[in-house]
Write a protein of this length. Sequence first.
Length: 731
Amino acid sequence: MPIAILSEHNDLADSVRNLVKRVAPSEVLHEALETPIANPPTYWRAAAEQGLQGLHLSENVGGQGFGILELAIVLAEFGYGAVPGPFVPSAIASALISANDPQDKLLEGLASGETIAAYAIDSGLTATRQGGGLVIRGEVRAVPAAAQASLLVLPVSIDSGEEWIVLDADQVEIEPVKSVDPLRPLAHVRANAVEVADDRVLSNLSRTRARAMMSTLLSAECIGVARWATDTASEYAKIREQFGRPIGQFQAIKHKCAGMIAETERATAAVWDAARAIDEVPEAANGDDAAYEFAAAVAATLAPVAAQHCAQDCIQVHGGIGFTWEHDTNVYYRRAIVLAACFGRAADYPQQVIDVATTTGMRSIDIDLDPDTEKLREEIRAEVAALKAIPREERNTAIAEGGWVQPHLPTPWGRAASPIEQIIIAQEFSTGAVKRPQMGIAAWIIPSIVAYGTDSQQQRFLPPTFRGEMIWCQLFSEPGAGSDLASLTTKATKVDGGWRITGQKIWTTGAQFSQWGALLARTNPSAPKHGGITYFLLDMASEGVEVKPLRELTGNAMFNTVFIDDVFVPDEMVLGEVDRGWEVSRNTLTNERVSIGSSEPPFLASLDQFVEFLKNGHFDQIEQNEAGRLIAEGHAAKLLNMRSTLLTLAGGDPMPAAAISKLLSMKTGQGYAEFGVSSFGTDAAIGDLGELSGKWSEYLLAGRATTIYGGTSEVQLNIIAERLLGLPRDP
């Protein structure tokens, strides 16, 4: 999923993508490696005709009046095309000037494309006050596009802190230097007692806002690079053959490509949120820095790393050809290296993440809703308030009968709620402190009963389940059929009025407490592997069902082994068609993976718990850097899930997105526990040290299950590679 979600943003991305393909094909990129880039570049006028230089600038200065989010969408496309020249540096510089004063006359030339600007995130410039302005001395090293620009937006150190100033290029000495990426020229800038008038001092631009804008927009270009590398590696893996088959069929390559798209998607979600956060705070509201500081730091922690990792992995997938000068991987890896350097000290960003998270707090994850939805919100809020007024013992029934438990389902089981309505319902139940019945594993099974169940099955099972009165378990996995569920051997034989089922199920969560189970059994052993399977609804009190708790490495027994010995299941308990149970099970598994990816299991450390733990401890710089990275990953995984939910609710295929969410969320959750336990030193070996350390030890032990259940991480990687990237399936 690109940064864009809204249709108008997708249209913008498509328009820019088409321009980039036209003006910066591969041969242009390679020519720029050998030949100095024209100034302005040949595409400059075409970009100006589309209004791209002024997209984010006020209409009063000739711009289009959009925001940082729209500019980020454009810069991601320029990153995808590794477009040469000063477009990105100039866009970032103009955004800084506009953040200080949207009506600044300097912006008119920048909006039209007549003026090119450059910026620096760090500098060695100092300023002293003299008369009505400043006197600037010092050097700024490796300024992107400085030699191509006529305006330079640079930070200077002064007694009061750090200020940004705008210099004319002819006021300073500019020394071009060799760039690792010839397509992004660099130059040192030196100032020797340069006088700057007060109107060239960006006094309304706070240090925090300036750095948040620069790092967010640089991050946008980074995810463009990461996405190109992922797409290019995947496409090559489909056509390159070794040992008689495409290399994309080998699991090592498949998993590498899936890891690339997962890392890219996580960084994309972070950039999307950081750009939104900056746009939400007016330029003049510099005192509200925390609203976007955290989000920008998360993006800057993840995006440059994603660009470098994906570019490196793209070279690896291509093998020897990827290491040649002639291949485009050369261009993109160089761009990734220079982009990472443009952020300044990489360690600053995870440190900023942890500093903000443990003081002012993490950014809340909210979905922007159109003001036109307020009438609907008022109606839902009133209905939630009415539910709260009902006596507690009657409330669950009213919530269930009103379709509030899973409102996306069709009536009468849900409310046939639109995506927007579902979001508002969730928000209002949370705000109104009204708890809906907890479905547990039933949340995965209910949609299958709604989609495939008979009227009798629906009437019998759905109302008590929605009320929280009927507990379910899922009888899918077997000792020889876990991730490879189609290999199950539990056998169902047709008899008069029903089926006789014999087999063994394992890893069945909560079976000892369940009244009913969703059971898969093979009804036609001669059918193809995924055929001949039927989905049954099993009464757990049936004669021949034996549940034996399975003690896990934690010492607890959340899972169970279930023995099914010649158990009779009547025909009316077949869900869907006989021999078509695989289709029904995929519906259940999709809901399972969406649920697992979007929630934090109670036996796994949560992001909020991790941040609270960090507030109460003392950690060195290396530990803080690692903790900041984990917070960034955890927050971005939540953002990714929110974006995936929007896609799912809009009718997209939820399976690949849910697989990415589960893959990343569970791994990061394990990381919280590993960090927590490692901080106790030798005391971590003590089993009964106390509530705090003991809790984190329990999280560490229990967390091993999270990358196994619901489909192992390896299975998730296969799903991502095959369903999202289109890599060939295993033979």
